[in-house]
Design a protein around this ligand. Structure first.
Ligand code: AMP
Length: 395
């Protein structure tokens, strides 16, 4: 697996696909610099080698050229984070851009305009990718968040670089972390899958069933399993058409000797609101008109016990509606248990948009081994799929 450490960038121009799809406020100021910081080690290594960086990214979902999605808005923030004044060109292909690249000296950074101003980007258009390929000597992909998309800048462009292509530090670390959980792991391995629906996690569950020792199921998914097993779930979230599948998963797990742990108690509410009346009951005994919005204390204790005995931990999806304070406890208790296990030597990987938001919100981000930067990309890797952006570098 070629990474930037296999290259010396002296007097070379690196064309780097980064994920600078950052949130902006109404005044177009960057409100979260995590994705920019994540790309920093790659950029610094190239500059320190004596090379220069041409950065390309998308921002938002523009329809054609739309000034509110211009990457010009982030130039100053990128400059501050990297510690080098970044140059900007208001296009991403063509003569003007090629001139700006030609004028770039060692130690300099050029940021290109939003790739998605061209519909060819998302279409994976080869002619557009070829134009992009003129903008660097070595292609570096460091955008895990878009590695599951076969877009021009994430995948198609790689074919124009022969062997002069590699993974950036961030993307290499993402691949290594997932590999450490699924293949190169220390046992026992525990996967915690929460979030809203079984349907969005089913591919992951099926792929990891024979790779892990324990699967902890939580969040809204719980109730499809509980109902399928004959429990009373009131008006909790349920996918009736997935009940049969839930039973199949439990059967398969038994055959493979993988233990599935379901919540035994739930915090229930009479409305989806922080002001609703709440009580804690057995997960199989939820009265009509009430819904389960978090796991209860007995469940947290059970889950903490499984986690304390794990050497490798994967967490994807919250255990309750953590956005509402009254239903955040199960997710917080889980975070505490994972942080404790990590302190005691376990490897822990957290990924998926909402669990990342939860670990940041509750202050666990520095207490786990690795926080993934890709939601959809991580799910697809956990489903066992080969991501086009990764494959394009390996080819
Ligand atoms: P996902 O994107 O599938 O990981 O789902 C994350 C969402 O699941 C979060 O916004 C949570 O609020 C939601 N969630 C977690 N537990 C429940 C539950 N018991 N009922 C409804 N939604 C839930």
């Amino acid at each position: 697996m070629a990474t930037i450490n296999d290259f010396n960038f002296e007097n070379k121009k690196a064309l780097i696909r980064v994920d600078f799809n950052v949130p902006l406020d109404d005044a177009f100021k960057v409100t979260d610099t995590t994705r920019i910081e994540a790309a920093k080690p790659t950029i610094i290594k190239i500059l320190e080698d004596g090379g220069s960086c041409v950065l390309m990214s998308h921002l938002g979902r523009p329809k054609g050229i739309s000034p509110e999605f211009s990457l010009q808005h982030i130039v100053e923030t990128v400059s501050e984070v990297i510690g080098v004044q970044v140059k900007f060109v208001n296009d991403c292909i063509g003569a003007k851009v090629e001139q700006a690249v030609a004028a770039l000296e060692a130690g300099e950074i050029l940021l290109l305009e939003n790739l998605r101003f061209y519909e060819e980007e998302k279409k994976g258009d080869a002619a557009f990718a070829k134009k992009l390929s003129k903008l660097g000597d070595i292609y570096v992909n460091d955008a895990f968040g878009t590695a599951h998309r076969a877009h021009a800048s994430t995948t198609v462009v790689a074919q124009f670089f022969n062997d002069n292509k590699c993974f950036g530090i961030l993307l290499a670390k993402e691949i290594e972390s997932i590999n450490k959980v699924l293949n190169d792991n220390e046992k026992p391995v525990t996967a915690i899958l929460g979030g809203a629906k079984v349907s969005s996690k089913i591919g992951v569950i099926e792929n990891i069933l024979d790779k892990v020792d324990h699967i902890i199921v939580g969040g809204g998914m719980t109730f499809t399993f509980i109902k399928a097993l004959g429990g009373k779930i009131g008006s909790s979230l349920v996918e009736d058409d997935k009940m049969e599948l839930a039973l199949e998963i439990l059967e398969k797990a038994k055959a493979k000797n993988t233990q599935i742990h379901l919540p035994i108690d739930a915090v229930i509410a009479d409305a989806f609101s922080n002001d609703a009346s709440i009580k804690t009951v057995d997960t199989t005994q939820i009265p009509d008109g009430w819904m389960g919005l978090d796991c209860g204390p007995k469940t947290s204790e059970n889950f903490a016990h499984v986690i304390a005995n794990s050497k490798t931990i994967l967490w994807n999806g919250p255990l309750g509606v953590f956005e509402l304070e009254n239903f955040a406890k199960g997710t917080i208790e889980l975070g505490i248990a994972i942080a404790e296990a990590t302190k005691n030597g376990a490897f822990s990987l957290v990924g998926g948009g909402d669990s990342v938001a939860a670990v940041k919100q509750f202050g666990f981000a520095n207490k786990v081994s690795y926080v993934s930067t890709g939601g959809g990309a991580m799910l697809e890797m956990l489903e066992g799929k080969t991501l086009p952006g990764i494959e394009a570098i390996l080819k």
